[in-house]
Design a protein. Sequence first.
Length: 139
Amino acid sequence: MNLDKYKHQHVSILDSIQHLRELAHAGIQEHADEIARGIVSMSSIIKLHLAVEDRALYPALQNSGDAELARMGQRYQHEMGTIAQEYDTFSRRWNQAWALRQDPEAFRRDANHVLRMVYERMQKENRDFYPRIENQFAA
């Protein structure tokens, strides 16, 4: 199974998170328009990534013939549901510059929490999940 598309999306999302961090450090109010645009852009990548995982990756794991990998896929998909809900709430709250300008410290708190969850999840997938999938399908 070729995971290059998923890995490329991870790079794009991680780059977006880093860019948002840099903008927030430079000033949330001063960079509210660019932060809002960055959230909208990142959200489209995340939604595409999750949809492709749900339609292609997780079903392939269920049909892989490897019970352990199938269980791992179910666990990852279930965990991602919670993270996706929190990210969706975050992105809907902060995708407008006026909201960022109105309460920059609340944005900072939310971003620190939610974007850290997304970041850590992608690192876990890159480190543990994707290599396990690639090993199974290479055999």
